[in-house]
Every structure is written in C-alpha cells, then in structure tokens.
Design a protein around this ligand. Structure first.
Ligand code: R1P
Ligand code: URA
Length: 296
C-alpha cells in the first residue's frame, strides 16, 4: 500500500506530489532515463553512475535510482515486465519530469534473426503482437493480431547504436524491427506449452509481414507508441518524449540457445556506460538538473 494519501482519482498524486505506482515526485527523476525490466540489472547499471543521489523502491515493484554521470543527472528505472508496467512508467514519469524527456530501454529479447545469444539488437521500430480473443472465443479472424510498426527516435537510436557498437564490437550489434508481444509464451510463438495457443505458424507469419523483424520482447512498442502520443496540452500537440531501445539477445530462437548468467552479467556491465554516454551525448545540457546535483 502507498503510505501517502492520494488527492485526485483521475490523475492520482499524493499530498507530497508522488505518483501512485512509482512513488516519485518532481526533482527525483531526471530528463534522461535508462529503463530496464530487472531490478538487479538496474542496480548493476546504476553502479556505473559517478554518484547516486536518490533511490526508491515502490510498493508496486518499480525501482528508481537517480544519480550523476559526467556531471549530468540520469535516472535508472526498473519497471518489471509487460505492457501495463511500461504504460505506468511512461505516464507517471511524464507527470513528474518537466521539459524534454529521453528514455532508452535496455532490455532482453529472443532473436528471430541472425543475432545469437550475447549479441545486441537495436530497435529501429517496434510492432505489437496481441492475442486475438475473438479468435479463441468466437472463432473469428487470426489467432494473433499484428500492428503496424512505430519508429524509434532516429537521432537517439543512432547514438545508442554507435556507443554500443564501440563497447561490444559492431559485429555483435544488429538493428531491425522488434515485436512487442503481450506474452512471453503464446504471442512469441513458443510451442509445446500447456495451453491452446494456436501459434505454430506465428514466427513465419511475423517474418513474412515484417522483413526486418529481428527480436521479440514485451515493452518496446508501448514505449514508442506512448512517446508518439506524448502530445498533451502542455506540449502544444508535439511529442515531448524521445525513445530508443536496445536489447540483449537472451534466447536465440533459431539456434535454440539461451545466454548464461555470467555472459548476461558481463554484457550488462559493458553496456551500462555505453547507454549513459548515449544519453548525455544526446542531451548534453543541464536541463532537468536534480536539485541535489548543484552541490556536486
Ligand atoms: C521476459 O523475460 C522479459 O524480458 C524482456 C521482456 O521484454 C520481458 O520484460 O525484457 P527485460 O529483460 O527488460 O525485462
Ligand atoms: N525476453 C522475451 O520477451 N523473450 C525472450 O525470448 C527472451 C527475453
């Protein structure tokens, strides 16, 4: 349960100005955010910041760590998994950060291209893959709905790709379109589970529809979609959020391999500075400086 009283049922903020699920308020979250799924990954990456200014773990499992990197504030936010968590994260971050907001997701994925476990795939765009309940309940249409890709921010993506290529070697960095599935299982074409998923032909259908389809994961399309939709009244109809996404290949769906814990830990360590460097190169000004940063 949150410990502070919420004041508005439509756009809940506590009496102290904290959001309902992430529990951060203005001044605690930077205009540059690295978001990941796993809180341990967030802690490991945040250990490469030069100084930690703020840490908070919310009652709904969001972990926010804000610190300084090369004199500029960066927040690392672990959100857990799936579309709803990404939706909470993007909307509640927007509520407490003034001005431009750049978000880079550094996640994990299954590769459906030549990239193998331990490689990195940068998302040029992301499309959604959703279980079609009308098919399962009424026999109507296809079992899975495939939505049109939404593009990542080109400039931010370019710098993320360059920094990661320098860090892990360009031969280990791939780029393409990413499928954001609403399940790790059915809508990522995993077969032989205990459920009627009707997904045997799904990977072929995805590859046919999107010729640069490279990876499957669970949040990127929601991130890109909400960035495009961040045009609220305060922003005068223009998107106020820019986004990029890079994914470590954990599962190689073609070669049927899975990354080792040691290799994923090593890759996260190598990537942390690359992603921070991308965020500060992309937004090199003092915008959104955390109040405590002034004393550094
Ligand atoms: C599934 O194992 C999770 O891993 C991927 C998927 O998007 C999903 O959240 O990303 P993260 O490693 O960032 O959580
Ligand atoms: N995350 C996913 O969503 N899928 C995978 O196959 C691996 C990581």
């Amino acid at each position: 349960m949150p410990t502070e009283q919420m004041t508005n049922a439509n756009k809940p903020l506590s009496t102290e100005g904290r959001t309902y699920h992430i529990e951060t308020r203005s001044g605690e979250v930077s205009n540059r955010i690295l978001t990941v799924g796993d809180p341990k990954r967030a802690q490991k990456m945040a250990s490469y910041l030069d100084k930690i200014l703020f840490t908070h773990s919310s009652h709904r499992g969001f972990l926010t760590i804000t610190g300084l990197y090369k004199g500029l504030p960066i927040s690392v936010v672990a959100i857990g998994m799936g579309l709803s968590m990404m939706d909470f994260f993007v909307r509640e971050s927007r509520m407490v950060v003034e001005g431009p907001l750049s978000i880079v997701r550094f996640g994990s994925c299954g590769s459906i291209c030549q990239a193998t476990s331990g490689d990195v795939i940068v998302a040029k765009s992301a499309f959604a893959i959703g279980r079609n309940y009308a098919f399962f309940e009424e026999g109507k249409g296809e079992p899975y709905l495939l939505w049109k890709p939404v593009e990542a921010d080109k400039d931010l993506t370019r710098v993320v790709q360059r920094k990661l290529s320098e860090a892990v070697g360009a031969e280990h960095v791939f780029a393409g379109s990413v499928g954001n599935a609403d399940s790790f299982y059915g809508s990522q074409g995993r077969i032989g589970t205990d459920f009627y998923d009707c997904n045997e032909g799904l990977l072929d259908r995805i590859r046919e529809k999107y010729e640069d389809a490279s990876a499957l994961e669970m949040e990127s399309h929601m991130l890109f979609h909400l960035a495009q939709a961040s045009t609220g009244a305060k922003n005068m109809g223009r998107p106020s959020i820019r986004t990029a996404c890079a994914l470590m290949v954990f599962a190689d769906r073609t070669g049927n391999k899975f990354i080792s814990p040691e290799d994923s830990e090593r890759l996260v360590g190598i990537a942390a500075r690359a992603v921070f460097d991308a965020l500060v190169e992309d937004m090199p000004t003092q915008e959104g400086l955390h109040p405590a940063a002034g004393s550094v």
